[in-house]
Every structure is written in C-alpha cells, then in structure tokens.
Design a protein. Structure first.
Length: 230
C-alpha cells in the first residue's frame, strides 16, 4: 500500500492532467448551490444540500471512477452517476448534515454557558462528531468501487477506519487541508472543489481497497496450499 504522500502526489498529477474535466464537473455540480443559498430560507438549505448537491457530488466521483477504469472523462457521466447514486448520496448527505448540526448545536448550547464542565462536554461531543465524520471517509467510494449498498458501506467504512486508523485520519486531514482553502472563496469552491475531492478520495480509498484485495488473494492462496498439503 502506498504512503499518503505518494497518494497525494499521484492525485495532484491526475488533477493537473485532467484539469478541464475537474473544472467542468466542479462547476456543473456547484451551480445548484447558487440559487439554493440565495433564494431558499436557511432552515431548508441543509436538506436541499443532501437532496440535490450530494447526488451531484456523487456524480463527480462517478466520473473519475469511470476514468480510472479506462473510460473517457465525459461530463454526461456526472448526471448518469447522480441518477444511479441518488439514494446512497442522499442518505450519506443526511448523515453528514446531521453530524454537522450536532456539532453546531453543541457549541450553540454548551458554548454559551460558562464553566469547565460545559466546555468539557462540548469538547467531548466535538471529538465524537469528528471521529464519526472521519469513520465515514470510505463510504461513497465503497458504494462506487465495490457496489455496496449505502448502509453496508457505512458499516464497512467504520471497520476500515478501525483497521487503518492512522491512514484514515491522515487521509481525511490531507483532504481537509487542500480542499478547505477552496471553500473560503466562491470561485475556488465552484471551479475546483468537487473535482479535486473526487480525484483524491478515489486514489486514497483505492489504495486501501487494493491492499485488502491482495490480502484476500494471499489468504485464499494459503488456504488452497494447506488444503493440497492435506
């Protein structure tokens, strides 16, 4: 299995080579956010993000998953992927929105109170939410690369998190480090965020899944050898 620095280099090179598909898919998937943020009342925005933006983000991931399998990076695949992955993306979006709501409400409620007791509760719940987010790092890619159902993918993502905690936390941290600055500017977010995220997450998750496949092959070979020996 490659180290995270090697994965980041490979993903960076892929983004550079595929900058046109990265930009086009990012722009198309992000356009839905503009009327949503400008025209929709704030309480409805999180639900619409899960309902509209997350399937399009899944579609972007689908484009680069197909590209990795040797197919051309056609923008129309974004909509194909969004339709195919609507349900898992929506469920995953609801999970992310729920976790972020818990994080916001924690600091809104406990952060407004004085004293170390309330602060310790807020810090503990923040840690819990962050670990829950990190544990779902593999979910959508498991749906894409392994064809799992969303709930099985969520459970398997947690298992991979506990199996490779250092790698998972490091990959999540890298993802945040090079995508968060794009979220600070409207142009950067719209033009690059989802495309870069799709490329990097595919590479990082495939790196783990390929190791898992190699381990399964080795285990099957050992069982076959032991069987023949008997």
């Amino acid at each position: 299995m490659r180290k995270l620095n090697a994965v980041l280099k490979v993903a960076g090179a892929e983004v550079f080579r595929e900058i046109v598909p990265v930009a086009l898919t990012s722009i198309i998937s992000s356009l839905v956010l503009i009327p949503m943020i400008l025209m929709v009342p704030i309480p409805f925005v999180p639900i619409l993000i899960a309902l509209l933006y997350m399937p399009l983000l899944y579609g972007v991931m689908y484009v680069f998953q197909q590209k990795a399998e040797g197919k051309p990076s056609q923008v129309r695949l974004l909509f194909t992927g969004a339709v195919k992955g609507f349900f898992p993306a929506f469920v995953f979006g609801l999970l992310i929105v729920s976790l972020l709501f818990i994080l916001w409400s924690t600091w809104w409620y406990y952060g407004s109170k004085g004293g170390m007791f309330y602060m310790s509760i807020a810090v503990f719940q923040t840690y819990f939410v962050l670990m829950a987010l990190v544990s779902q790092f593999y979910t959508l890619q498991l749906v894409l690369q392994k064809g799992m159902g969303i709930f099985r993918a969520m459970a398997e993502s947690v298992k991979l998190f506990f199996r490779f905690p250092g790698y998972t936390i490091g990959a999540f941290f890298q993802m945040v480090c090079f995508t968060f600055p794009l979220m600070l500017t409207v142009v950067g977010f719209i033009a690059l965020f989802s495309g870069i995220l799709g490329v990097y997450q595919y590479k990082a998750v495939h790196n783990v899944l390929s190791r898992e496949e190699e381990a399964e092959v080795d285990e099957a070979g050992m069982l076959l050898t032991n069987g023949e020996a008997r």
